[in-house]
Design a protein around this ligand. Structure first.
Ligand SMILES: NC(=O)c1ccc[n+]([C@@H]2O[C@H](COP(=O)([O-])OP(=O)(O)OC[C@H]3O[C@@H](n4cnc5c(N)ncnc54)[C@H](OP(=O)(O)O)[C@@H]3O)[C@@H](O)[C@H]2O)c1
Length: 276
């Protein structure tokens, strides 16, 4: 069989579960060829077998986005196998919530920056020259509502997602004359293992994010599909977060006030039960 793809091709990082897996399923149902990247090889291979029953070609590529060699090899393997990349979905990420002074410098702080921000940049850096050569492409970067509003305990995670948005804005302007589009998707809480598995000091108040998991991974996948069909700079879902984002930007003192009330309810502060 010729290697040149006869269908459109999407590369998805973080494809082994949650939003990445749901997006892979949706694009495969639409007839796209799919490249699956994440660390858990068995999950990628099982998903690939499943998607191939839809009659599309699927390439599972075990990848750690924090390793430049892996990012390079993902891009090389993709072009060798399929010869084109229509969409790169930088979706791999993880979250670790805590008071900043309690965070481990490596496992909590550096790791989130490496996976969520540096990983997005490295995978993009690995694919961009090929997209420029082929003369088209669309990069969709996963941010979050936390890339607009940083609640207490979200300092590092929010910094990575604010970073993803800043990176995407600069990149979009870098490639504006190359027929390459750059979009950001910023969901609120999504029902995946991601938030449920994250330990959070806010859990005792039922305010750790799990109570606002209003989206399914399939809904986010449909939003990604919508972005690809009708490219936009950013999509925030659900849309009800848009006025909240505006409020936080226009009146940050209001969010600060709500945060202080929350901290008092938790007994945090000098001499409080959470004082370290
Ligand atoms: N769930 C939410 O409420 C929510 C809200 C807004 C934004 N998001 C964003 O959505 C994205 C996907 O999260 P999810 O909710 O679908 O959670 P998930 O099911 O935990 O998916 C995270 C994915 O990232 C992959 N990953 C983690 N570290 C990696 C690494 N070093 N290299 C390559 N892949 C890595 C994981 O695969 P392996 O473990 O196999 O590597 C997994 O496939 C994340 O960027 C997250 O920040 C989530």
């Amino acid at each position: 069989m010729s290697n040149a793809a006869t269908s459109s091709v999407i590369v998805i990082t973080g494809a082994s579960s949650g939003i990445g897996e749901a997006t892979a399923r949706l694009f495969a149902r639409e007839g796209w060829w799919v490249v699956l990247a994440a660390r858990r090889r068995e999950r990628l291979e099982a998903l690939a077998r499943d998607l191939e029953t839809l009659g599309v070609r699927v390439l599972p590529v075990p990848t750690d986005v924090t390793r430049w060699e892996d990012a390079e090899s993902l891009a090389r393997t993709t072009w060798e196998a399929f010869g084109r990349v229509d969409v790169l979905f930088n979706n791999a990420g993880f979250i670790q919530l805590d008071w900043f002074e309690a965070m481990d410098p490596h496992a909590d702080i550096a790791r989130q920056v490496l996976v969520n921000l540096l990983g997005t940049m490295w995978v993009t850096r690995a694919f961009l020259p090929g997209m420029m050569r082929q003369g088209f492409g669309h990069i969709v970067n996963m941010a979050s509502v936390a890339g607009h509003i940083a609640p207490p305990t979200y300092s590092v995670y929010a910094a990575t997602k604010f970073g993803v948005r800043g990176f995407s804005e600069g990149l979009r302007r870098d490639v504006a004359l190359h027929n390459i589009r750059v979009s950001v998707i910023s969901p609120g809480g999504v029902e995946t293992d991601f938030v449920k598995d994250a330990k959070s000091p806010l859990r005792q108040l039922k305010m750790d994010g799990t109570e606002t998991l209003t989206l399914t991974p399939e809904q986010v996948a449909r939003a990604v599909w919508g972005l690809v069909r009708r490219p936009r700079r950013e999509r925030v879902i659900p849309g009800l977060y848009r006025p909240l984002i505006w409020l936080n930007r226009a009146f940050p003192a209001l969010t600060d006030f709500i945060s202080r009330r929350l901290l008092r309810r938790l007994g945090r502060g000098p001499g409080g039960m959470h004082a370290k």
